[in-house]
Design a protein. Structure first.
Length: 80
């Protein structure tokens, strides 16, 4: 997913005050089927990496996500 795709998806999401989480294990769920291995997104930034292409250099931009080290205790809201 590119940053533009992520940005457009977030803009189209109808719940503008929703929290963002990183899912580390899609198989870890509770008894109701809700994901439980969630980590809250704290910050986003980017970096530019210069890649040596042999006879030329190319800038490669990477989006960096900072997530909490503690597993999140997200409340599941079924009213979506």
């Amino acid at each position: 997913m590119t940053v533009r795709e992520l940005y457009n998806w977030c803009k189209s999401f109808k719940h503008k005050d929703a929290e963002v989480y990183l899912v580390k294990d899609w198989e870890q769920v509770d008894e109701e089927g809700n994901l439980t291995d969630l980590y809250r997104l704290n910050d986003m930034t980017y970096q530019c990496v210069v890649v040596d292409m042999g006879m030329d250099f190319e800038n490669c931009y990477e989006a960096l996500l900072e997530v909490s080290e503690e597993q999140a205790r997200a409340t599941i809201n079924k009213d979506y």
